[in-house]
Write a protein that binds this ligand. Structure first.
Ligand SMILES: NC(=O)c1ccc[n+]([C@@H]2O[C@H](COP(=O)([O-])OP(=O)(O)OC[C@H]3O[C@@H](n4cnc5c(N)ncnc54)[C@H](O)[C@@H]3O)[C@@H](O)[C@H]2O)c1
Length: 329
């Protein structure tokens, strides 16, 4: 097999990883998807099994990884939703440290370029706004989110040490909140929670009054950014922010979802979880200047596709269909 066209995707059965697998196959790559299915779903990749260039391996990134002549290793293996990564905090930290080390050791052996899915959580509860890559963050190292935030920070450190000491080509992306098809409806992220609750006629739970802000990126835009970075000149290592700078309060998101689904669900207030960041918006100047990338899909357009996906997943149609301009009573 031509090394130039072989990729390992760790975490490939998850939301983002399954989109990466699909995109690589479309580009003619042979793809080995390695996933322990902790939060990923076989159904995300079963549709790819008919492609003879696709193989699924159920394995843990914390165990030694299968050697092959990979040109690229994409590391997306890590639960991303707080309920999941906090359920096994020690495991989460080790996925990011041991798993990252295994990926980088394999890259040293086969000379592969490494993609690391890092996160805006690196910035913690930020004191600067919007967050640029030079901001070093304000993470609580001992709080309930630290297993993820500090784990991802350690993974970035490993990437840069392997780059400096062993010459591994690295591409580190800091991902901001992303949504779209192949999300697990039950995995506890804000966009999926709101849409699934609205469709089911359940109240939307708003934490801490919903005044905290987030930026929401549609998955196709994000994956475009991944590929711009992964195929860029070797000198471009990142870290680089990829996300949509449109900023909304969580309450605004809830209201838009209720309007677009035509749901009669109410909104209930819940206490703000510890260390929940109050504001989040990417500065994407670097992605624009280095990669020529910027997001294209506005929030309502992306939500329309996401609602259609969650309707199909849950089997519950939105009460008034997909009338984007429907007005909530
Ligand atoms: N989706 C987002 O908004 C977002 C934001 C920031 C960062 N990220 C990062 O992007 C990556 C993918 O996130 P996602 O949204 O697709 O989450 P996801 O939970 O859907 O996907 C993660 C995948 O990794 C797999 N996995 C977890 N632990 C593993 C292990 N020990 N060995 C092998 N596989 C393992 C899971 O089974 C799952 O398929 C993660 O690293 C996450 O931290 C995502």
């Amino acid at each position: 097999m031509d090394k130039a066209l072989k990729a390992l995707v760790a975490g490939g059965a998850g939301f983002l990883g399954s989109h990466v697998c699909r995109r690589l196959l479309a580009q003619g790559y042979s793809v080995i998807c390695l996933d322990n299915l902790q939060t990923g779903r076989r159904k995300n990749v079963d549709v790819l099994l008919s492609n003879e260039k696709f193989r699924f391996v159920e394995a843990d990134v914390r165990d030694p990884l299968p050697f092959d002549n990979y040109a690229e290793i994409w590391n997306l293996a890590c639960p991303a939703s707080p309920p999941h990564y906090q359920a096994d905090p020690v495991g989460t930290m080790l996925i990011n440290v041991i798993g990252m080390k295994n990926v980088l050791d394999l890259a040293v052996q086969c000379g592969a370029r490494v993609f690391q899915a890092s996160t805006s959580e690196i910035y913690g509860d930020p004191e600067v706004h919007p967050q640029g890559e030079s901001y070093r963050g304000a993470v609580n190292a001992i709080g309930p989110r630290a297993c993820y935030d500090e784990g991802k920070r350690a993974a970035e450190t490993l990437c840069f040490d392997y780059h400096r000491h062993y010459g591994v080509e690295i591409k580190v992306v800091r991902i901001f909140n992303t949504y779209g098809p192949n999300m697990d409806p039950e995995d506890g992220r804000v966009v999926s929670n709101f849409i699934v609750s609205a469709l089911a006629g359940r109240s939307l739970e708003l934490y801490g009054g919903g005044s905290q802000t987030r930026s929401f990126c549609y998955v196709d835009d994000l994956v475009d950014g991944f590929f711009c970075l992964m195929r860029s000149d070797a000198a471009i290592t990142g870290p680089i922010n990829i996300g949509n700078p449109g900023e909304f309060t969580v309450r605004e998101l809830a209201e838009i979802v209720l309007e677009m689904t035509g749901s009669k669900s109410g909104i209930v207030d819940r206490p703000l979880p510890k260390d929940d960041p109050l504001q989040r918006r990417p500065d994407i100047t670097l992605a624009g200047s280095l990669l020529g990338w910027s997001p294209k899909v506005p929030l309502r357009e992306g939500l329309k596709k996401a609602i259609a996906y969650f309707e199909a997943e849950s089997g519950i149609p939105a009460p008034v269909g997909m009338a984007e301009d429907s007005v909530r009573q």
